[in-house]
Design a protein around this ligand. Structure first.
Ligand code: HEC
Length: 388
């Protein structure tokens, strides 16, 4: 019994080893055939079933690996767009992914697949939290935008241009697309064109202007200075562009001191119940906004006003002008919260005119109350305010 069991085990092992050896041998042969074909650029192998099978086996063995991209480029298998898309979303290194994106731009159906990978659920500007379900999609889209930014071909430019015009897409993705476009002259010109025609979503104007200010083309630098001016510190001292600011690290304690003190942020924002509530509660802002977005909120507050906090200007029949965030509205009265966090109840009957302001109630040039280091410290403080 024992002997029989052992011998059948052995037989099984033998068969398996032979099969494995067979597979390894076949893989080696396939690789040799593929390499030979690669060295014969003009050779039409499409009629040779033996060769075709070898190529297909070799391709399917390399799916998901760096080798696949070069092989797919040469042999153009039918399912190559999907397989390349998988590589782009994989954990392979960026050089391989950029190459895969480059090939994908040039195959039928490729740009469509890239467009799908770039697209996220529309974001609701009024939402306090970004939808958690969509975070992986946002992360992937931002990554794809970053990869396309390295290509500089027309397809990549078109795809990125579409993203930066679409205000329903998250800031994280649009800002990566801007950075990508800004990497070459044609992309820079596209950004200028969008800025001039008013098609650049306002919250990326600062980032775009800062990137174009470093173009090696003097004309582009000049046009950017006109169309996308950069903020300055008080006394016209230069301020680093926001992509550079976002890479800096600051001092949380000093940031908190400024936030509660001279910078006046706490006059309008609550953090862990400290402060006043004119604008959104910032207790978890570090989980919600990237550093780029925080710098944009401070330096260009009117660029992306969220629907819940639109600023209104009310003119009463007695000639009073009251400005602030609309807290509530009923058929009989409107409640406006002013910048000093005072609620003004205004009877509808006394309202001569009420209109929405283009400007945020959050003051411009708040950054004139501190220097660049202070700004970096405040953002460091906000970045530390994450979900408990
Ligand atoms: C006069 C009131 C006021 C002051 C002062 C103020 N803010 Fe704001 N802030 C607002 C309002 C209102 C909003 C929301 C509407 C908008 O975006 O304009 C806002 C939005 C923000 C946002 C975006 C929040 C989000 O969820 O997207 C950040 C970040 C922010 N402020 C930071 C600051 C910092 C930092 C300071 C101090 C340097 C500051 N604020 C000073 C009123 C103010």
């Amino acid at each position: 019994m024992n002997v029989r069991l052992n011998s059948s085990l052995l037989a099984c092992l033998l068969v398996c080893t032979v099969a494995a050896a067979d597979d390894a041998l076949r893989a080696r042969n396939d690789a040799i055939i593929v390499r030979a074909i690669e060295r014969m650029p003009g050779y039409d192998y499409s009629q040779d079933k033996h060769v075709l099978d070898a190529i297909n086996r070799h391709l399917s063995r390399s799916v998901g690996s760096a080798d696949y991209v070069a092989l797919a480029k040469r042999f153009r298998p039918e399912d190559m767009p999907e397989r390349l898309a998988e590589i782009i979303s994989s954990g392979l290194n960026d050089s391989v992914k950029v190459e895969a994106a480059d090939v994908l731009c040039g195959v039928e159906g490729g740009p469509q697949l890239l467009a799908e990978m770039l697209e996220c659920e529309p974001v609701d500007p009024a939402a306090q939290d970004p939808s958690l379900e969509d975070l992986p999609a946002q992360h992937r889209a931002a990554q794809v935008a970053g990869l396309l930014g390295n290509l500089g071909n027309e397809t990549a430019r078109e795809l990125l241009g579409k993203v930066v015009r679409d205000e329903t897409q998250p800031f994280k993705v649009r800002s990566r697309a801007i950075s990508g476009l800004a990497k070459n002259g044609q992309g820079q010109n596209l950004i200028l064109q969008l800025a001039r025609s008013g098609n650049l979503v306002p919250d990326t104007r600062l980032l775009a202007g800062g990137l174009l200010a470093r173009s090696n083309n003097e004309k582009i630098r000049q046009r950017a200075a006109e169309l996308l001016p950069q903020p300055q510190l008080k006394d016209q001292k230069p301020l680093a562009p926001i992509d550079e600011l976002a890479a800096m690290r600051g001092d949380i304690t000093n940031g908190q001191m400024l936030f509660r003190g001279v910078a006046t942020c706490a006059n309008c924002h609550l953090v862990d119940k400290f402060g006043k509530e004119v604008g959104p509660d910032l207790s978890e802002i570090g989980s919600k906004l990237s550093r780029e977005a925080m710098y944009t909120s401070i330096l260009d507050p009117s660029a992306g006003i969220s629907h819940n906090y639109e600023n209104y200007v009310v003119l009463t029949d007695s000639g009073q002008v009251i400005t602030g965030v609309k807290v509530s509205e009923t058929p009989t009265e409107v409640v406006i919260r002013t910048a000093e966090a005072i609620d003004r109840r205004i009877p509808q009957a006394e309202i001569e005119e009420i209109k929405k302001s283009e400007k945020s109630i959050m003051p411009e040039n708040l950054h004139h109350t501190f220097d660049q280091k202070g700004l970096v410290d405040i953002v460091e403080y906000m970045a530390s305010l994450t979900k408990k």
